[in-house]
Design a protein around this ligand. Structure first.
Ligand SMILES: NC(=O)C1=CN([C@@H]2O[C@H](COP(=O)(O)OP(=O)(O)OC[C@H]3O[C@@H](n4cnc5c(N)ncnc54)[C@H](OP(=O)(O)O)[C@@H]3O)[C@@H](O)[C@H]2O)C=CC1
Ligand SMILES: Nc1nc(=O)c2c([nH]1)NC[C@@H]1CN(c3ccc(C(=O)N[C@@H](CCC(=O)O)C(=O)O)cc3)C=[N+]21
Length: 281
């Protein structure tokens, strides 16, 4: 078997076409365009690249982004204060704090300074809880993008055994919640999991989200499985690619898979935030 490749780039482009239409309608109705504020702490080159990419996609969709670049030496108190300012600023519709922040900072405290109404990247505990309880609201961008990609190909997970490798608050945990809401049977693996290979071998759906290049060997994949590679460490996925494609029925590439879907989800949620923002003024 050679896997069908799930084209995140094309799927994201189609979503962004709809976002652009929504932005045009929003601008006609309100005389302004949606605004996303991005917050970057420190000078990690990869993080700079991601934030630049997000700003470029924003512009392409007709939205504006406002970039806040902060020195790595600032304190948690100062970072929280800057994010609270954006939360209170009526000219800002959505806020993205690029993860990870430098280790001396309390990232959770910084995320919680984002007003849930502006949490278009879905990182607050309010957004997580809404996702877990199926109450709508903003989903974490990467998990939302993964589900949107499966939907675009009409791939159902209901009744299937999904194995998620990774349990971070913005990726592994919330993607497990979304899969559960779609009636998958979910197993979450992490760095302390024993016999990772045996868990993956029983998976009808694999979500690789560990940030360890080629951690998931092709030979572990159950023939016919759906394999989603969310890893992006050094621009490399978590799945051993050509080998996995021999066994999987569907596979996301890196690049061109989950990454573009993450950005599409972020921008879709930004225009949604702007629409709600105007309706509650
Ligand atoms: N394409 C995109 O849009 C995005 C891609 N990413 C990528 O996804 C990956 C994960 O990101 P993120 O969740 O933020 O990362 P974190 O480092 O926060 O979490 C990694 C998770 O993987 C687990 N893990 C690490 N090593 C192993 C291992 N050997 N076996 C099993 N589990 C392991 C960790 O376990 P434990 O909890 O025990 O430490 C942890 O739960 C990264 O490559 C990142 O770049 C992230 C966001 C967006
Ligand atoms: N709060 C927060 N939210 C995030 O969503 C978040 C984050 N922090 N920190 C870092 C990771 C990384 N990330 C990527 C997004 C898109 C691509 C992407 O689109 N990559 C393209 C390739 C690049 C290109 O288009 O040239 C692709 O995979 O095809 C990659 C990586 C989001 N992250």
């Amino acid at each position: 078997m050679t896997a069908k490749i799930l084209d995140g780039r094309a799927t994201a482009a189609a979503i962004l076409d709809r976002v652009r239409e929504d932005v045009t309608a929003f601008a006609a109705a309100h005389g302004r365009v949606p605004v996303l504020a991005t917050v970057l702490v420190g000078d990690d080159p990869a993080s700079h690249t991601y934030v630049r990419m997000k700003a470029a996609r924003c512009a392409a969709a007709g939205m504006r982004s406002r970039r806040l670049e902060l020195d790595a030496s600032l304190s948690t108190t100062e970072l929280v204060a800057r994010i609270r300012e954006l939360s209170a600023d009526p000219a800002v519709d959505g806020i993205l704090l690029q993860h990870p922040v430098p280790a001396h900072l309390d990232e959770r405290a910084a995320f919680e300074a984002i007003d849930p109404a502006k949490d278009v990247d879905g990182v607050t505990r309010t957004s997580f809880a809404r996702t877990a309880f199926g109450e709508g609201g903003f989903t974490s961008a990467t998990p939302g993008g993964i589900l949107a990609l499966l939907d675009a190909y009409d791939l159902s997970v209901a009744g299937k055994h999904a194995v998620v490798v990774g349990r971070s608050p913005i990726l592994g945990r919330p993607v497990g919640m979304l899969l559960l809401a779609r009636d998958a049977t979910v197993t979450t693996c992490h760095s302390r999991t024993e016999d990772l290979d045996a868990h993956v071998a029983r998976a009808d759906v694999v979500i690789a989200a560990a940030g360890r290049p080629a951690l998931i060997r092709g030979a572990w994949i159950k023939p016919g499985a759906i394999v989603v590679d969310a890893g992006y460490a050094g621009n490399t996925g978590d799945v051993e690619h050509p080998a996995a494609a021999d066994r999987a029925a569907y596979l996301t590439p890196v690049p061109g898979g989950v990454g573009p879907m993450t950005i599409a989800t972020l921008l879709r949620q930004t225009v949604e935030a702007a629409i709600r923002h105007e309706s509650t003024r």
